[in-house]
Design a protein around this ligand. Sequence first.
Ligand SMILES: Cc1ncc(COP(=O)(O)O)c(C=O)c1O
Length: 390
Amino acid sequence: MDLIPYSRQSINEEDVSLITKTLTSDFLTQGPRVPDFERALEDKLGVKHAVVCSSGTAALHLSYASAGINEKSLGIVPAITFAATANAMRYQGGSVRFCDVEPDSGIISISSLEESISKIPDEQKENINLIAPVSFAGSVAPLTECKEIAEKNNFCIIEDASHSPGAWKYNKKNEKIYSANGIHALASTLSFHPVKHICAGEGGAVLTNDSKVAEKAAQLRSHGIKRPFNEIDEKPWYYEQEDLGWNYRLTDLQATLGLSQLSRLEQFLTQRRALAKRYDQILKQSPFREHIQCPPFEDGHGWHLYIIRFIDPSLRNQAYKFLKSKNILTQVHYIPVYKHPFYKKNLQEFSLPGAEAFYQSCLSIPMYPDLKQKEQDHVLNSLETFITQG
Ligand SMILES: Cc1ncc(COP(=O)(O)O)c(C=O)c1O
């Protein structure tokens, strides 16, 4: 059996032919495919403005900067996420406070968020502060509750939706909540890294219903330059750099791939959901259920990752090695961000029980649209051999 990664891109002939066309067109960057991709994202995700950029990390940075995050700001970030969710706060000079997650799902814990906010002095609340819920693994974060807490405390919300384009969930009031549609967050961010739902090689997007945030993000993406400065001026070539921005532009080549992939988002979600359902049906039975907990199957889940948890966490590392010996690459999502040396040096003995429990026991097993049934069977059979024979 060939190597089975935990995730990978799905590229078809249409993707290849469209990229080839762009490659021989007039524009490799800053051409028509970038706005085409942006308009298509707006339509598909039901949000007013999409600003595409060079990575999911750039999208977080642009969103935080456009929301006004600065060195006086505080960002509350769930401990289980990719470090970029927190790092973008630091790029702006702001500080980060980690809050805990639910031990069985890795999703931000509302009680921990409330507790974190209750400890913040009132003077800090006069600054521009942020809650950054992550719709982790494809499960939409509790955005309704986050929004209520944010409004009460004068915080804004930027959702890290890198794992969840097209995902939805019912909230406690039985309302259908979509990830990244601009309703619960000031902005949401996507990543177009190859393991994600939509691949552009690298890439990201800021999604928002706020026209000022969109305008600012678009300007900062390209050095902070405003252009056209004044169309009726006799100097039509003129531009000014108003802000200190970056080169976070997406190329037309990447936008072409992103656009082509976006047209298959529903198909990708359907394939991921079918694989998750099959994992769910099998892993809930013996001999798996005595050793493994699988995430509850939800129809609207985006299933970017399929994360199992070992009831005896000491089995997790052995399982990783055993599966690797069977040509199956799994991964741990994530090491709590506060454990990384960059954050640890300021936090000393800091630890959060939900994040630790999740981290110790979790393992992401293969999940991607082109995973074939016989490959999924190989994963399940190998896992069964590990559990029953060690
Ligand atoms: C939750 C989360 N946020 C942000 C990022 C950063 O995205 P990118 O790799 O496109 O910069 C990732 C990518 O792994 C991610 O998983």
